[in-house]
Structures are given as structure tokens and as C-alpha cells.
Design a protein around this ligand. Structure first.
Ligand code: ACO
Length: 322
């Protein structure tokens, strides 16, 4: 398998309002102690006046500047999201308008795994010669998707966008995508309504994100383990040969559990969940962005990105940083 791709620029768009666990405990039966010990989260950022398009365009412009490219240099925009500001146009079309690009664009919805799905799609366009530079933006407004009276979900998520430009190169060594459909998607879903069609037998309104946390927790620890086994089988890389594991930031306990199971030290598992909460598809690109910019990732380092989320979906990518 040849991926022929490298990342050449990053950007991010984060709302101005930071919400602490104590802020939430003002109106919900919860506490900083419960949220922090069960999840590792201290704060998250939440949109007040910003739209998801605003965050995404900020992330896209940051990535273009970092890559020293103009909007005209971008041949394709892929946006990973659970949904933008509109059902249509897609969020990627809103980004194209915001940055002044005229290339093809589309959204991909693989929930928290979206960034890895977008990387795989980008590699197909680059390898086939259809695109030279692809802009990927992962963006989520989870504050609009969770029920703020449901303590099981709203405390876990945050809003934000992270983007990167990918182009031809040899950094990406491996990508695997998978899914495991659960019965009626009951463990993790967000139902759409039926609208007001007079022909539907049973009218249903749209719902908030619903999650059976413990069921998802079990799925996640198993899928991460099997994804990591596949990496070893297919690339020959053992956990000890991976310099940094960038796991989806859903719960610090999942990250710690994985580290202990692999017998790898906590320093190999960078985290930003304590500041941002779970940003769904934007978690991994934001973590990658911050870890690169802080100097924690150096050229030659072997990185393993592993994401998991609704679907249920999972995806893994190995990058040797250039
Ligand atoms: N504050 C206080 N108490 C709470 C809160 C809260 N915010 N939320 C739940 N509780 C209570 C529950 O009501 C329950 O009380 P009870 O025992 O009286 O019934 C108790 O705490 C335990 O609840 P659990 O759900 O069993 O708590 P758990 O330890 O499993 O933690 C959590 C819940 C954090 C959601 C965990 O299960 C988890 O992280 N699951 C995986 C999430 C994940 O990985 N998601 C994937 C990506 S998301 C996506 O794709 C969109």
C-alpha cells in the first residue's frame, strides 16, 4: 500500500468562550471532581457568537499560511464533520467561499474518526494525480448537538476546528479504516427527524446526541487493541517502535488504559482533553497540530494516530514525521 502523502501546514479555530467544569455545575447536577476523575476534562471551548464556518475558515486560513500556499493552490477541500451550519451547502463549500477557493469540495461524516477517513480520501486523490494539494478541515460544534440537561453527554464535548494541508510525500506509511455497525445504532446516535411530511406514518423530531457510555467504552478499548495489532501485523512496527501515540481524545481513562495494556510510558501519549474535551473529528488534528508546534514531534519520529467514534467507526494511521 502506497500513500504518497505528507502534511505541510496546520491551522486551528477555537471559540473565545472557555467553560470550566465548575461553570457547568452551576446549572447541572455534576461536579468538577466527577468530570475530571471520570474523563480527565477540566475545560472545553463553546461557541457563543461564532459559527462553525467561522471556526473552519480560521483553521483553513491558518493551514494555508503555515503551508505558504494561496487558495488557488488548493485542488480539493475535504471537511470531516458531523454536520456544518447548513444541511446544504456542505461545510466544505462554506470554507471554499470563506477562503476564496474554487476547487471541488465535499464533507465526510465518520464521527470522531472523520480525520483519518479524510486522510485516506486525500491520499487517493493525490496518488491518482487528481490533486496536488488537499485542504482537510475537521470541525465540530458539539455544543449544538448535545442536550445541556443531560449530564451523561454535555460535559464531555467541546467546539473547535483544526485543519491541515496534505501534499505528495512519503510521511504517511499506513492507513486502516474500519466500522462495526451496532444494532439500530442505539449505543451512540443522533437521530434526524422526519420533517413535516404528511405522508410519514410516524412523525419524529430531530434528537440530541445519545450515548451509552459504558457500551462505547468497551467497544473502544477492544477496537483500539485490534487496530494496534493490525498495525504490528501489517507494518512490523511494535508498540516500542512507535514514538508517540495520538489517540482520539474521548476519555483520559481510555488513553491511560491503552498505554498500560501496551506497556508504554504515559509520555508517549500526548493529551489535550483536559483543555478541549472531546472535539469529535477535530480532536486528533488539533492534538497533532499542538504536538508538532510545541516541538514534541521531531522529524523522523514514528507517530500512530488512532480514532474511534459513532458508527461505530475506527481508523488508524502511521506517519513518520518529515
Ligand atoms: N456528573 C455526575 N454524575 C454523572 C455524570 C456527570 N456528568 N454523568 C453520569 N453520572 C452518573 C450516572 O448517572 C451514574 O449514576 P448512577 O450510578 O446513580 O446511575 C454514574 O455517574 C456512573 O455513570 P456511568 O455512565 O457508568 O459512568 P462511567 O464511569 O462509565 O463514565 C463516560 C461515563 C465518561 C461517558 C464513559 O463511559 C466514557 O468515556 N465512555 C466512552 C465515550 C467515548 O469514547 N465516546 C466515543 C466518541 S464520542 C462520538 O463518537 C460522538
Amino acid at each position: 500500500m502506497v500513500f504518497k502523502m505528507k502534511i505541510i501546514g496546520f491551522g486551528k479555530g477555537i471559540p473565545a468562550r472557555c467553560v470550566s467544569n465548575d461553570d457547568i455545575a452551576q446549572f447541572l447536577d455534576t461536579s468538577d471532581e466527577w468530570i475530571f476523575t471520570r474523563t480527565g476534562i477540566k475545560t472545553r471551548y463553546v461557541c457563543t457568537t461564532e459559527t462553525l464556518t467561522d471556526l473552519s475558515v480560521t483553521a483553513a486560513n491558518g493551514a494555508l499560511e503555515d503551508a505558504k500556499l494561496n487558495p488557488d493552490d488548493i485542488d480539493l477541500i475535504i471537511c470531516a464533520t458531523l454536520g456544518g451550519d447548513y444541511g446544504t451547502p456542505s461545510l466544505s463549500c462554506c470554507i471554499a467561499e470563506g477562503i476564496g477557493a474554487k476547487c471541488p469540495c465535499f464533507d465526510v461524516n465518520a464521527a470522531c474518526t472523520g480525520f483519518i477517513y479524510a486522510l485516506e480520501l486525500a491520499s487517493g486523490f493525490i496518488s491518482s494525480g487528481k490533486a496536488k494539494n488537499v485542504l482537510i478541515v475537521s470541525a465540530e460544534m458539539m455544543s449544538a448537538k448535545t442536550d445541556w440537561s443531560d449530564r451523561n453527554t454535555c460535559v464531555l464535548f467541546g467546539d473547535g476546528a483544526a485543519g491541515c494541508v496534505v501534499t505528495a510525500g512519503n510521511a504517511v506509511k499506513y492507513i486502516n479504516l474500519s466500522s462495526a455497525a451496532m444494532p439500530n445504532s442505539t449505543v451512540l446516535n443522533m437521530p434526524n427527524g422526519t420533517g413535516n411530511s404528511p405522508f410519514t406514518k410516524e412523525q419524529k423530531s430531530s434528537g440530541f446526541l445519545h450515548m451509552q457510555g459504558q457500551e462505547v467504552f468497551k467497544f473502544v478499548v477492544n477496537i483500539v487493541e485490534s487496530e494496534l495489532k493490525l498495525v504490528q501485523e501489517r507494518t512490523g512496527l511494535s508498540p516500542a517502535q512507535i514514538d508517540l501515540f495520538l489517540l482520539h481524545q474521548a476519555n483520559k481513562r481510555i488513553i491511560d488504559f491503552t498505554g498500560a495494556k501496551l506497556k508504554q510510558p504515559p509520555e508517549k501519549f500526548p493529551c489535550n482533553i483536559q483543555r478541549y474535551g472531546n472535539l469529535s473529528s477535530a480532536s486528533i488534528p488539533l492534538l497533532l497540530f499542538e504536538t508538532v508546534k510545541s516541538g514534541q514531534i521531531k522529524p523522523g519520529d514514528t507517530l500512530l494516530l488512532c480514532a474511534f467514534g459513532a458508527g461505530l467507526t475506527a481508523g488508524t494511521c502511521v506517519i513518520v514525521w518529515e
